[in-house]
Design a protein around this ligand. Structure first.
Ligand SMILES: O=C(O)[C@H](O)[C@@H](O)[C@H](O)[C@H](O)COP(=O)(O)O
Length: 240
C-alpha cells in the first residue's frame, strides 16, 4: 500500500494522525501500544506534529511504550543520536512515563549493546519473537532500512532479534528482519527527490533483500504502508 502526499509536511501530518489512531485503537483493545521509532531525519516532523499542543492529547501516552528500530552508538548528547532526536522532537513534550521509553544504549561496544537490548525485549514481551504494534521505518539511498545495510550479515540474521553493525560509522545496533516482519504494522516514511531512484527500485524491482534490505520487510498482506511525498514518488512507474 502506497500513499503519495504533495509534500513532506502533508505526509508528516498524515503519519502523526495514523500513529494517534493506531495508538487509541490498540490501547482500547489491549491496554497498551508498543511502537519502535525510526531514526534519521525524515520522521522528525512527524514526531513534532505528535507533540504539538493541539495534537498531543490525541494519543493515550500513559499506555505507550517506545522502543527504537536502530541506534547509532554515540552518546545521547550527540546530534546523531536517534534517541536524542525523538526526545527533542516529541518525548520531552508528552506525558509518557520515563520507564516506558526504552532507548538502545550503545555508547560502547555494539555487540554488547545488541545483546543487552535483546535481553530487554525478551523480558518485556510475553510472546517470542516480539510483536510490535507499529514500527516506523525510513529508507536510505542505498536501500537500507533501520541499520540493515546492503550485503551486511545482519540482513540475513534469522535467529537474533537485535544485531550489531560495528562496521558502520558510527557503529550501530539494529532490530533484525525477523522482528521487523513480526510487527502488526510497518509504516515507511520517505520524502525527497534523493530517494526517488531507490524507492522505485525497492517497490518495483524484484525482491533482493541483500542488495536492498528494505525489500526484506514483508510482514504480510496489508501490514506495510508506504507514506511518500511526490518528490520521492517521482520515478515510480504508474501501473499500466
Ligand atoms: O538510524 C538511521 O539512520 C535510520 O534508522 C535509517 O534507516 C534512516 O531511516 C534512513 O537512513 C533514512 O534517513 P533520513 O530520514 O535521514 O533520510
Amino acid at each position: 500500500m502506497i500513499r503519495v502526499f504533495p509534500d513532506a509536511e502533508a505526509l508528516s501530518r498524515a503519519a502523526a494522525a495514523l500513529f494517534a489512531r493506531a495508538a487509541r485503537r490498540t490501547v482500547r483493545n489491549s491496554g497498551r501500544f508498543i511502537v519502535a521509532l525510526s531514526g534519521g531525519q525524515t520522521p522528525r516532523r512527524t514526531y513534532e506534529r505528535l507533540a504539538c499542543p493541539e495534537c498531543r492529547d490525541a494519543v493515550p501516552w500513559e499506555a505507550v511504550h517506545i522502543f527504537w528500530g536502530d541506534e547509532r552508538c554515540v552518546p545521547f548528547e550527540d546530534p546523531r543520536s536517534n534517541a536524542r532526536m525523538a526526545h527533542e522532537a516529541l518525548l520531552r513534550y508528552v506525558p509518557i512515563p520515563a520507564h516506558q521509553i526504552h532507548p538502545i544504549r550503545c555508547e560502547g561496544d555494539p555487540e554488547t549493546a545488541a545483546a543487552r537490548y535483546e535481553a530487554l525485549l525478551r523480558s518485556f514481551f510475553v510472546e517470542a519473537p516480539p510483536r510490535f504494534d507499529l514500527i516506523l521505518l525510513g529508507l536510505g539511498e542505498d536501500g537500507h532500512t533501520a541499520s540493515l545495510f546492503p550485503f551486511h550479515p545482519a540482513v540475513t540474521e534469522q535467529r537474533r532479534w537485535v544485531a550489531a553493525v560495528p562496521e558502520a560509522d558510527p557503529p550501530r545496533v539494529t532490530l533484525t528482519l525477523p522482528i521487523l516482519n513480526q510487527a502488526r504494522r510497518v509504516v515507511f516514511l520517505v520524502t525527497g527527490a534523493r530517494k526517488a531512484g531507490i524507492l522505485r527500485e525497492v517497490l518495483q524491482e524484484p525482491p533482493d533483500p541483500l542488495r536492498r534490505p528494505a525489500q526484506g520487510v514483508r510482514p504480510g498482506p496489508g501490514r506495510v504502508l508506504w507514506l511518500v511525498d511526490a518528490a520521492a514518488a517521482s520515478e515510480l512507474l504508474s501501473p499500466r
